[in-house]
Write a protein that binds this ligand. Sequence first.
Ligand code: SF4
Length: 344
Amino acid sequence: MASPQQQARGIESWFMANRRSLPWRSRRSAWRSLVSEFMLQQTQVARVLEKFEPFMERFPDPASLAAADEQEVLAMWQGLGYYRRARNLKRAAEYIMDQFGGRTPLDPEKLVELPGVGRYTAGAIASIAGRRRVPIVDGNVQRVLARLHADDADPSSRDAIDRAWQRASALVEACDRPDHLNEGLMELGALVCTPGVPDCGACPVAAGCSAKQSGRQGRIPPPKRAAIKVEVHHHAVVVRRNGRLLMEQRGDDGIWAGLWQVPTVESKRKLVPSQVSRRCGIELAGIDRLGSFTHVLSHRRIHVHVFRGDAAPGARCVGRTWQSRSSVGSLPVSNAVKRVLEMG
Ligand code: SF4
């Protein structure tokens, strides 16, 4: 096993030679790092690449995001999913304005005060934008470290997580540049030490890797138990009147919080049209089924059944609004609702 210093130097040099060119790397600032880290949580880099620069152009600093309307922020976030992050990012910008005079902090203890910022995100911003000597552990980093140490424990166990942070701390203490080390660890996990079969031939720390030496790199970490997905049914009713579409906003909690949709009845079972009509909250003169599709989220499988409804003359639409075609286009909606609108 190589020393932490040898491992750290190997990863730093490899990163400098192999790093991908990404927009948040080309121009560094604490604010750009904060936004990119929020976007990258549970989201693929390719998707963030489409959204990052337009978002930064509109919200170049905490002041612009703090002053923005939340609906606009959610609309700019569209396509990234997990909309709670967008709301937390806006709240973080407000906190930066109130508490830090509009300057995004680089001190990890201050960063964790921000809504939506945990130990990993604080460490990433402090080390990458501020070159502070603090560790980071995300899924990629934890996998690399577990393999280096041939640690075959369940990565979700408390002990395994604690060991990963200790190992990451030892490396960052021993490294030359904390920014290169931490980004290098993440990049190594993303490009070389990948889930499944890693590309050990391209790895800068292969000589000191215990999993490789024992031929167990494909079995560390142990496979996850498949997450159980809850099955739910969403019955979406497209109702038009005089060229306008009836829309409602989801509540503040749960999936797609604060996003817009056509009137939707959620249930554990599939409903027949007459049940949808009775429960959709607007009096309908008729209802037709247009089709169905399945939308899969990390813990949920949503069967979306799409209907076209005719509003009864004088029907009351409490809590909903009639929106023109152009205004619907600027409302933040989930990808599932986008598909509903295409069908209706
Ligand atoms: Fe991962 Fe292979 Fe490198 Fe070990 S040698 S850290 S298993 S890529």
